[in-house]
Design a binder for this molecule. Structure first.
Ligand code: NAD
Ligand code: IPM
Ligand code: MN
Length: 330
């Protein structure tokens, strides 16, 4: 039997996850919920409890709301560490972050388990604090393969984004991407851009961008920029995939503490992540298409506050279920 591990997490995470669970129920997909993030730290001291990791590893796909609690910012054990550990444990190195709007259809392919977020860090005796950015050839090759394959499938092209004018790891990145493209994807147009000016291009000319291939930190930042030009973080979904094992599906946004607990968060990013779970995690492409159409319709009928409307999280979820032609469950 297919089982989805649901990790609601913190802040607006549980609010938007509740709407995703109603969609899973409407599609008769079994799911169970597990403790994760700030709530898990406060309950037992661990952001990613062993039971939660075991359930995720044994699942067919993992659906995550968001983590992050203001009171744990800067603490020794932080919710975000649990998220990084989960990504690493599941081996989901390829993070796909589509951004679509009128005239814009781009996808950020972000390397997710390397670079600055996973390198050695610490404080030296002389008082220097450091983080290190490291990449190996195989790490760059496998994410580049994903980006080229996606571009080939959609008849598009790849823009690889780096900082080769400054960073040593960007030299490796550019060389590996160039070599792989020439050797195995000569039919896929490839160009390179420097991350600073490319951030401007996303704002100025997003309609000219197709598949963006980039490393972990740049991808984190650029995907929020891409979200901003396509309707905001309330709409931005992601899929994190490895070579085998369950994928991890989560909105690009965080726990949004300023609006948490008020029932006003836009559940669309979470529901679009659920659609990505159906497509990439469970191989249910037709259900994914139907859900994406239902979300688009619901966004027109019941826009939430971030979109200038008045619909609550639940109202928006109801509209999606209606559009899916399912009876809302409570
Ligand atoms: P955020 O994404 O939580 O919020 C940024 C802005 O977008 C806020 O104005 C927020 O209100 C708005 N927003 C986000 N999601 C929304 C939604 N669904 N509907 C309506 N508005 C929405 O980013 P932040 O404020 O920088 O971070 C808050 C916390 O979330 C931090 O602890 C951070 O570490 C964490 N975080 C977690 C994840 C994750 O779990 N994947 C991702 C990003 C940030
Ligand atoms: C994201 C988030 C995470 C990241 C944080 C919370 C660890 O910002 O998913 O974009 O940087 O990957
Ligand atoms: Mn981010």
């Amino acid at each position: 039997m297919t089982v989805v591990a649901v990790l609601p997490g913190d802040g607006i995470g549980p609010e938007v996850a509740a709407e995703a669970v109603r969609v899973l129920d409407a599609l008769d997909i079994a799911h169970d919920e597990h403790s994760f993030g700030g709530g898990a730290i406060l309950a037992g001291g661990d952001a990613l409890p062993a039971e939660t990791l075991a359930a995720c590893s044994a699942s067919d796909a993992v659906l995550l709301g968001a983590v992050g609690l203001p009171e744990l910012e800067g603490a020794a054990v932080r919710p975000e560490q649990g998220l990084l550990a989960l990504r690493r444990e599941l081996g989901v190195y390829a993070n796909l972050r589509p951004a679509r709007a009128e005239g814009i259809d781009l996808i950020v392919v972000r390397e997710l388990t390397g670079g600055l977020y996973f390198g050695a860090r610490g404080t030296r005796d002389d008082g220097t604090w450091f983080d290190t950015c490291e990449y190996t050839r195989p790490e760059v090759e496998r994410i580049a393969h994903r980006a080229f394959a996606i571009a080939r499938e959609r008849g598009g092209r790849v823009t690889s984004v780096d900082k080769v004018n400054v960073l040593h790891t960007s030299r490796l990145w550019r060389d590996v991407v160039t070599e792989l493209g020439a050797a195995e994807y000569p039919d896929v147009p490839l160009d390179h851009a420097l991350v600073d000016s490319f951030a401007m291009t996303i704002v100025d000319a997003p309609q000219t961008i197709d598949v963006v291939l980039t490393e972990n930190t740049f991808g984190d930042i650029l995907s929020d920029v891409a979200a901003a030009v396509t309707g905001g973080l309330g709409l931005a979904a992601s899929a994190s995939l490895g070579d085998d094992g369950p994928g991890l599906f989560e909105p690009v946004h965080g726990s949004a503490p300023q609006i948490a607990g008020r029932g006003v968060a836009n559940p669309a990013a979470m529901l679009r992540s659920t659609a990505l779970l159906l497509r990439h995690g469970l191989g249910r492409g037709a259900d994914a298409d139907a859900l994406e159409r239902a979300i688009d319709r619901a966004l027109r009928e019941a826009p939430t506050r971030d979109l200038g409307g008045t619909a609550s999280t639940r109202d928006a979820g109801d509209a999606v279920l209606r559009a899916l032609d399912a009876t809302p469950t409570l």
